[in-house]
Design a protein around this ligand. Structure first.
Ligand code: CA
Ligand code: CA
Ligand code: CA
Length: 345
């Protein structure tokens, strides 16, 4: 490299070091992360019929000291054929790169990676800002729509540390379909009920991606009345795919509770009515209150006596009287029943 060029690159590297010490913050308060994205985000064009071609870029924005990157991009292989993939100019601003890619047209994906060569700040200079990592040309095979889905994206800095970042998929349609983000809770099921205080209740939440986009980091919450049972994250969900998320609720207070679940709407989601579902109740009692009237008394004693000596599967076995849950209503359960006799909820 010429001396003048070297000086310029060195100056650019210095400015990027300065830039890295400044935290950029969005108006919503979250730090502004680098993003890997498909550009343009959406290609909706009815003239792109079979045997026509179109090109997308894989861009990065807001990155600091990029040294290497990896990504996969997925599409519907019956609709599009990959034709070419070329490295973009962004990383090459820092020096020579080693670019590598492989593809699988049967599955419909391309993997690409590129890294700067040599020693950071000696042979090559990490790159900051925004630009194009790669350019991909597809050949259209027929009419339809497909997400252009980025996953496995990795950005590394000059110490080879992975950088936190987000990614944003693209969309292709030659039949006028637009991208739809829509998650839905299709069912909520809690079992068993009734239970004694301290028992665990399993809440199964069925979630479905009713949109045509890949969704990631989906937040699901389950509740008894307005109280949170738990929060879980579904790392990714393909278009039309269902998933069941299970929560375990360890009961702690007497009462009859309404069970519900909520999935946080994703960016661009407009149908949010189906993001919440309420289904059924769970009745929690004090131990020994077999009839559920809030008191452990003679009626319960009669019910306990009727179940005494029974094993699970036998007629007369009462799950609520098997306090130690060993599948048998025996002396241990009798002691536990006696300890609560006369108590009110
Ligand atoms: Ca929805
Ligand atoms: Ca009772
Ligand atoms: Ca038992």
């Amino acid at each position: 490299m010429e001396k003048k060029g070297l000086l310029l690159v060195f100056f650019l590297a210095l400015s990027s070091i300065y830039a890295s010490s400044v935290t950029v913050t969005h108006v919503d308060g979250s730090p502004s992360l680098p993003k890997v994205l498909v550009h343009p985000a959406s290609i909706i064009n009815s003239s792109l019929v079979a045997n026509t071609y179109f090109t997308i870029n894989i861009n990065v924005t807001n990155v600091t000291n990029l040294w290497s990157y990896d990504f996969y991009i997925w599409w519907n292989p019956s609709l599009l054929d990959y034709t070419t993939l070329v490295e973009g100019p962004f990383l090459k601003q820092g020096g020579s790169t080693q670019f590598f890619s492989r593809k699988n047209q049967t599955m419909g994906w391309i993997y690409a990676t590129s890294t700067l060569l040599g020693q950071p700040f000696i042979d090559s200079w990490p790159v900051s800002g925004s630009g194009t990592l790669a350019t991909i040309t597809f050949k259209v095979e027929k009419l339809g729509s497909t997400a252009l889905h980025l996953n496995g994206t990795v950005l590394r800095d000059d110490s080879l540390s992975k950088m936190d970042h987000t990614s944003e998929d693209g969309w292709f349609s030659n039949i006028g379909e637009t991208p739809v983000h829509d998650l839905a809770i299709t069912s909520v099921a809690a079992a068993p009920s009734p239970v004694c205080i301290g028992d665990s209740v399993t809440v199964n939440v069925d979630l479905k991606n009713e949109g045509n986009q890949y969704e990631a980091n989906i937040m699901v919450h389950a509740y008894y009345d307005t109280n949170l049972i738990g929060e879980q994250t579904v790392s990714s969900l393909a278009p039309s795919a269902p998933i069941t998320v299970s929560f375990t609720w360890t009961t702690a207070t007497v009462g009859t509770y309404t069970i519900s679940a909520h999935v946080t709407p994703v960016t661009g989601e407009t149908d949010t009515v189906d993001n919440t579902k309420t289904d059924g109740t769970v009745n929690v009692r004090i131990r020994g209150d077999l009839d559920g009237d809030g008191y452990v008394g003679p009626i319960d004693l009669n019910m306990f006596a009727a179940a005494y000596g029974k094993r699970v599967g036998q007629t007369g076995y009462n799950r609520l009287a098997d306090f130690d849950k060993d599948g048998y209503i025996g002396p241990i359960d009798l002691n536990m029943f006696a300890a609560n006799y006369g108590k009110h909820a």
